[in-house]
Write a protein that binds this ligand. Structure first.
Ligand SMILES: [Zn+2]
Ligand SMILES: [Zn+2]
Length: 697
């Protein structure tokens, strides 16, 4: 039974791209599965509308525009166009793609915020806002940088982005500085408006129990609601944005007007297509949000509460994707672990459909996806080329050469049954947002086709019994037809070509799954086929790997460059050299050593007994570590910036015990605590607690 009854139209949305930079593969992780889902819904004959748009407001855009010496309007227009083009090139077909700065969104936001005010769901409160005396202005969110009150890391006004990742309310940040002029900011009192999120606790608990979509989104959200619901400050001191009703100097927080964009874009679609937006937002049409897992809180808590408060329908499902890694490294633009959709992929002549295939067939939608050029090559060559492409090409080439048309021949029940059951399985997987499963089921039908072709040996039959051979070929073309329909959601452009190659004149994008078992027409002329999927050669992949390695190396060099400047306030010249050396050596494997060399290292597990910052230093911490000797060892480690003394005491660490003692900032260190040198020190720790002094080999 389908989970999607035909009397309930479906609205699918995608998390809005924030338009202050270029599109990368991380973005596509949400948009491509959503597009595939929408195409599959259409194949199930479901009424579905697919909208999205650019997120144009908020401080990052204002800050970025200021730094680039342009206006927020110019900046967002440029990147809005860029995203719109990228989506089109990647065959992501929205029914409407607007911006949150469109008049529709300004109006809808005003309507919703006014309703919340009317119903008493907002209240004014005087809070402390960072103010720059130099620039003479209030500093919202990212305009201000300082120290996180929770973990001590460098953080920005609204979020501890480099440390504990907590959301920060205005006034919480310590030592605030203006990011424009660098001057110390001061806190000044100002009146802002809050949304009474805490009043929606009971509503949310019940709502979330019934929320469809992926369980990761629902479960996280339920956990958060059960913990604590804080009221949200929903106004900011900016000019750029949607004005808060009745207050000229305030705009609404970007997380208010961004999701309201979903409604505005549905209105834009309705306007252009004579459709009805209210059947989703005020009726019982189903709203499905595809989002990145990192914005679950906003979509599962804040957004439904706001809709409920203003008297709108709430999302029926939230589908959250897992994160993206690049070559097994955490995605990071500044570190060079990024693949840009344009310059790193499309511009090198790679077909958009291949990336679509990779993104859904690599792993389940909620899991972490790794993009690796070598894995990409392997998947394309062994799956699309060797299985699916091979079946299509050998079938169509054989048919074209020996018949020139679709030959007469009864389609076997077994073939039809196999197609039917594949459709049922693909359907079910799609309805569960299990896109990888759906692709695997479809690919299994291609394998079945290959086995069928091989076992019937048409190349022999053609000499012995042309009619029997014709029947085999007709069956293979029936399978090819079904495959084209089943793969259209994933490979829309390629399947358009396949469709023409099997002699179809209709538009494959409007075919339905039911068409897959409609018998092929014998006598249809077949053109000479061309291979749909070309093998990706090693040298092509090597050149792509080189590009990405160069980018990482450049990012590293740039970073050591900036480190060099910071080094001025560091302890010794030696330390500076060590840091730069380390940075350069991250990529390169050191010279080989023998086992004898290795066994000279005395590495042990120790327990931290004492930890205290070295006063004269910014970076160093003095530790006493029990490594199974009579008295604990004194060690000095460069972890002051990354670790609190209290969190270290009692923890197990790995110590190089026979390193020649050295004085650091006047404190002797007899050995070294081992750490991974990424983004500050990451201490090595044993998998489970072991006795102090345990040797590491
Ligand atoms: Zn300033
Ligand atoms: Zn923090």
């Amino acid at each position: 039974m389908s989970k999607f009854p035909s009397d309930k139209p479906v609205l699918v949305t995608c998390g809005l791209p924030y338009v202050n930079g270029k599109a990368h593969i991380g973005h596509l992780r949400t948009y491509i599965p959503a597009d595939i889902f929408v195409r599959s819904m259409k194949k199930q004959e479901q009424e579905v509308v697919f909208v999205c748009g650019s997120d144009t407001h908020g401080t990052p855009i204002v800050v970025n525009a200021e730094q680039l010496n342009t206006t927020p309007g110019e900046l967002v227009r440029k990147y809005h166009k860029h995203f719109d083009n990228t989506f089109k090139k990647m065959n992501v077909n929205f029914d409407a793609f607007g911006t949150t700065d469109d008049p529709e969104n300004h109006n809808r936001t005003l309507d919703i915020v006014s309703k919340l005010i009317e119903k008493g769901y907002t209240y004014p409160k005087t809070i402390e806002i960072a103010y720059c005396p130099g620039c003479k202005r209030f500093l919202p969110d990212r305009y201000v940088q300082g120290i996180c009150p929770h973990c001590g890391e460098t953080a920005r006004g609204d979020e501890c982005d480099q440390g504990c990742e907590k959301h920060l309310e205005s006034g919480e940040l310590k030592d605030p500085k203006c990011i424009v002029c660098g001057e110390n900011a001061e806190y000044r009192e100002q009146e802002h408006f809050f949304f009474k999120l805490s009043e929606f606790r009971d509503f949310l608990l019940e709502y979330l129990e019934n929320l469809e979509g992926t369980s990761n989104a629902r479960n996280y959200a339920i956990g958060w609601v059960k913990q604590e619901l804080m009221d949200w400050c929903i106004t900011r001191n900016l000019d750029w944005g949607v004005k808060f009703p009745g207050h000229d100097k305030l705009v609404v927080y970007v997380w208010v007007d961004a999701p309201i964009g979903y409604i505005a874009f549905t209105e834009e679609w309705a306007e252009a297509n004579n459709g009805d937006w209210e059947k989703f937002w005020k009726g019982d049409g189903r709203i499905i949000h595809f989002i990145g897992g990192d914005i679950t809180y906003h979509h599962c808590i804040f957004w439904p509460a706001m809709l409920k408060g203003a008297g709108y329908s709430q999302p029926w499902a939230v589908v959250a994707s897992g994160m993206v890694k690049i070559e097994d490294k955490t995605f990071s633009k500044s570190r060079g672990y990024v693949v840009w959709v344009g310059e790193d992929y499309l511009d090198h002549g790679f077909h958009p459909d291949l990336l679509r295939y990779y993104l859904v067939s690599y792993t389940s939608h909620t899991k972490e996806l790794n993009f690796s050029w070598k894995v990409f090559q392997k998947k394309i060559n062994t799956e699309l080329v060797a299985v699916f492409g091979n079946f299509l090409y050998r079938t169509l080439l054989f048919a074209h050469r020996n018949f020139g048309e679709i030959p007469v021949g009864e389609i076997e029940q077994d073939v039809l049954d196999n197609i039917d059951s594949t459709i049922a399985k693909v359907n079910e997987a799609m309805e569960q947002y299990e896109f990888k499963k759906a692709v695997d089921f479809a690919m299994a039908l291609a394998s079945y086709g290959n086995v069928y072709f091989q076992s019937k040996q048409p190349w022999k039959l053609i000499k012995e019994d042309k009619a029997a051979c014709g029947k085999v070929v007709a069956n293979c073309i029936q399978i090819a037809k079904a495959l084209a329909i089943l793969f259209e959601p994933v490979l829309p452009q390629k399947m358009e070509e396949a469709w023409a190659q099997i002699g179809m004149s209709s538009d494959i994008h409007v075919t339905t799954y039911r068409d897959a078992t409609v018998l092929v027409n014998s006598g249809t002329t077949l053109v000479e086929p061309v291979t749909l999927f070309e093998k990706i050669q090693d040298d092509k992949i090597e050149s792509m790997v080189n590009i990405s390695n160069t980018r990482v190396a450049e990012a590293l060099a740039k970073e050591s460059g900036t480190k060099e400047i910071e080094v001025k306030d560091m302890e010794t010249e030696k330390e500076k050299e060590k840091i730069i050396e380390n940075e350069n050596e991250i990529n390169k494997i050191n010279e080989e050593i023998t086992f004898d060399d290795f066994s000279k290292l005395d590495i042990r597990i120790g327990i931290v007994v004492t930890a205290e910052p070295v006063k004269k230093s910014n970076k160093l911490m003095r530790l006493e570590v029990d490594i199974g000797e009579e008295t604990p060892r004194q060690l000095v480690a460069g972890i002051k910036e990354t670790h609190d003394p209290e969190q270290l005491i009692g923890r197990q660490v790995v110590v190089l015990a026979n390193l020649k003692p050295a004085k650091l900032c006047g404190v002797e260190s007899k050995g070294m605590v081992l750490a991974g040198d990424i983004d500050g020190a990451v201490l090595l720790m044993p998998e489970k607690n072991v006795e102090a002094g345990t040797r590491v080999r």
